[in-house]
Design a protein around this ligand. Structure first.
Ligand SMILES: C[S@@+](CC[C@H](N)C(=O)[O-])C[C@H]1O[C@@H](n2cnc3c(N)ncnc32)[C@H](O)[C@@H]1O
Length: 446
């Protein structure tokens, strides 16, 4: 099995291997998933981890594909898998001294789950160890039991000396963030990404703030991390949208009656904002399944837009538009708090493949505008190639910069760059629970 990158070099030097805990023998044949009779939540966590790390499937897709089980077990399995993905480097560094050879996938995942439960999730040691043992086939039960008991004995001291910022961040992202945000910035981002994200809601006009939520300066309602959208009553009154994700549509400042295209629109958070602001919106989305979700979301909120299933790079409106919002497909590295699988799945080749797609979409967006029309380009990425890197492309498409002014967002001045673009980071508003990393730039068509 190929292990995902752990960022080992800058982490802790592996300690001495404790005697007697490994067996130097070839792995036996065994079933590849959780053992029959395993605890259903832990079994779900293992299946999710195998889907992401072995088959490179997205965590949300893997969750959709899980065999039927109680919603509580699914949620708990998701929470455990997300914790493992967030702290994969740390968990592997703790396990490394105990493993002489690479164990089979399900044993590796059972060990990771066990250590996460012991050291990160506060599960009582006895329950964490026995649940992990139950996940593996009999021949591996002794190994898992012995390793986890040792780690349980060490307790939190097992985490000492581990540079979690570094070791839980894939090496290519660490290097890129150092280059873009400096050593301190890269560390602040990595620290913020280890925290699960709160649930932010954008409210329909006149809708009450849901119980237990705090109101953020931009008007979003924030509920604590771990809150499930599906559990909330009154869903016709709000939609889930990170506070940073609300900013690009806000920057477009559409006026009632303006004709606006929302390119790359599903699941529709920004479409909803534009409609609520009074624009006549055409939402363009190329994925049929996501397009359906967008329609469902708008219907739930009682909002209307023209929804077009098309590749936005080729689609053109019947007449030039007043404004375009382009929320381009990207590596999504700004959303790792919410989607910890992104850190394990995305690679530099994805970045290289996405940059030309973003440039094509930007040129298409520019071509849709009337002279004097506005365009906001946005990505939920922390990689400068996907953000600042496109300013030149924009100029080549006849788009003039329309710098963002601090008074437009006096409550988030730190996110407005010297050049008048928006750059949010997961460590901003850290004390209130942070935000996704976004880049946005605003232009006027010449
Ligand atoms: C970052 S998400 C958009 C989020 C959305 N704007 C919102 O606020 O809810 C990117 C979306 O772009 C869609 N997409 C990617 N390439 C596209 C293209 N060439 N044309 C249209 N949609 C595209 C993807 O299917 C995905 O739904």
């Amino acid at each position: 099995m190929t292990m995902p990158p752990t960022g080992k070099p800058a982490g802790r030097t592996p300690g001495r291997r404790p005697a007697g805990l490994h067996r130097d023998r070839a792995p036996v044949r065994h079933p590849s998933g959780p053992a029959p009779g395993a605890n259903p939540a832990r079994a779900a966590a293992m299946l999710l981890l195998q889907a992401v790390l072995d088959r490179r499937q997205g965590l949300e897709d893997a969750l959709d594909a899980l065999p039927a089980r109680e919603p509580r077990d699914r949620a708990s399995g998701h929470r455990i898998a997300a914790a493992v993905l967030r702290r994969l480097g740390t968990l592997d560094a703790i396990l490394e001294p105990y493993l002489k050879r690479e164990p089979p996938s399900e044993v590796r995942e059972a060990l990771r789950i066990g250590v996460a439960e012991l050291l990160l999730l506060g599960t009582p040691p006895h329950a964490a160890v026995s649940a992990a043992v139950d996940l593996v086939p009999k021949p591996f039960a002794g190994l898992v039991n012995a390793v986890l008991r040792r780690i349980a004995q060490a307790g939190e001291s097992a985490l000492e000396g581990i540079d979690a910022d570094r070791i839980d961040t894939p090496a290519w992202l660490w290097t890129a963030w150092h280059g873009a945000y400096g050593a301190e910035g890269a560390r602040a981002i990595a620290t913020a990404l280890r925290q699960p994200a709160p649930l932010d809601l954008s409210l329909m006009p006149g809708s009450p703030v849901p119980e237990g939520a705090i109101l953020l300066p931009n008007g979003s309602a924030r509920l604590p991390a771990g809150t499930r959208f599906s559990d909330l009553p009154g869903q016709e009154g709000f939609w889930a949208q990170d506070v940073a994700a609300t900013l690009p549509a806000r920057l477009l400042a559409v006026r009632p009656g303006e004709r606006v295209a929302d390119l790359c629109a599903a699941p529709g958070g920004k479409t909803a904002q534009l409609i609520v602001a009074g624009a006549q919106v055409t939402a363009v989305e190329k994925d049929a399944r996501r397009c359906e979700r967008l329609r469902e979301n708008l219907a739930r909120l009682g909002l209307t837009a023209e929804v077009v299933l098309a590749d936005a790079a080729g689609w053109r409106p019947p007449a030039p538009l007043d404004a375009v919002l382009l929320d381009a497909p990207c590596t999504a590295t700004g959303t790792i708090r919410r989607h910890p699988d992104v850190a394990r799945l995305k690679r530099p080749t994805d970045l290289a493949n996405l940059v030309p797609i973003q440039a094509r979409l930007l040129a298409a967006g520019a071509a849709m505008l009337r002279p004097g029309g506005r365009l906001v380009y946005a990505v939920c990425s922390l990689q400068p190639e996907e953000g600042e890197g496109h300013l030149r492309t924009a100029a080549e498409c006849g788009l003039l910069p329309d710098p963002i002014r601090e008074e437009e967002m006096p409550w988030l001045e730190e996110a407005i760059t010297a050049g008048g673009n928006l750059r949010t980071r997961p460590d901003y508003w850290g004390e209130q629970g942070g935000m996704d990393g976004f880049f946005a730039a605003r232009f006027i068509k010449a």
